[in-house]
Ligand binder design. Structure first.
Ligand code: HEC
Length: 222
């Protein structure tokens, strides 16, 4: 008899522990955070600026560029290029006096048709694009270099290259509020889709499905 009472008491205790544990777990699960602004996010509106942010123009990074750091960067190039006045062509063309001069213009170097076909002169922007990704800039180039993805590294290097016979002057800083290409379009898109969603909502019963679901969750959480 006593034994049985103990068994029953044990089960009751056990059940209590399980119930307590379960309530802690569900409490964690349903702990609703009250949002700053009520309502539910409309897809495509909140996403603005999330990821894929356009890189700032190289002029921005040139403002704080450091030619000494650029000289260190140039170690990555030195296997194929000379940079000092009178330097010889190697695997790549001599680079003294390249910025401000015609693309593929160093005498005595056999450039690829890809680079010869680009045309124009080397400036800050096209040199930055070339060094970021030579194969994208001139598909078929024979410069076997993956590219420098960090824009500040490129700006440092550009300043160093320009100090070696280049003729360019550092551009003024780009206007702060100038929106990066594509940003305006994205904003317009977002606005268009938000008005479209609202328009669709009008004929539907007030308090769309998602809105009600949210209310329920809140009620459980409190
Ligand atoms: C593996 C060898 C190699 C490395 C490393 C290399 N280059 Fe080159 N580079 C070349 C070759 C080859 C060409 C000619 C490309 C062509 O004709 O398509 C070239 C072309 C160039 C040109 C065009 C010059 C002109 O006269 O128009 C520039 C500028 C240049 N390289 C800069 C650099 C810089 C800066 C680095 C380092 C970040 C670098 N390269 C790393 C081989 C290299």
């Amino acid at each position: 008899m006593n034994d049985r009472n103990n068994t029953i008491a044990g089960w009751v205790l056990f059940a209590g522990i399980v119930a307590l544990g379960a309530s802690i777990v569900t409490g964690e699960m349903y702990k609703g955070e009250r949002p700053e602004t009520m309502g539910y996010p409309i897809e495509g509106v909140v996403e603005e600026g999330a990821g894929g942010e356009a890189e700032k123009p190289i002029a921005f990074f040139l403002q704080t560029a450091d030619a000494a750091k650029g000289e260190a960067q140039f170690k990555k190039c030195a296997a194929c290029h000379t940079i000092d006045a009178g330097g010889a062509n190697g695997i790549g063309p001599a680079l003294f006096g390249t910025l401000g001069k015609p693309i593929a213009g160093h005498a005595g170097f056999a450039y690829s048709d890809a680079l010869k076909g680009v045309g124009g002169t080397w400036g800050w922007d096209n040199m930055s694009a070339w060094l970021a990704n030579p194969k994208r800039f001139a598909p078929g180039t024979k410069m076997a270099f993956a590219g420098l993805s960090n824009p500040q590294d490129r700006a440092d290097l550009l300043l160093f290259l320009n100090s070696k016979g280049g003729t360019l002057t550092v551009p003024p800083p780009p206007a702060e509020d100038a929106p990066a290409a594509g940003e305006d379009a994205a904003k317009a898109d977002a606005e268009a889709s938000s008005t479209a969603e609202k328009a669709e909502d009008v004929p539907v019963v007030p308090g769309a499905e998602e809105g009600r679901g949210k209310g329920d969750a809140d009620a459980q959480g409190r």
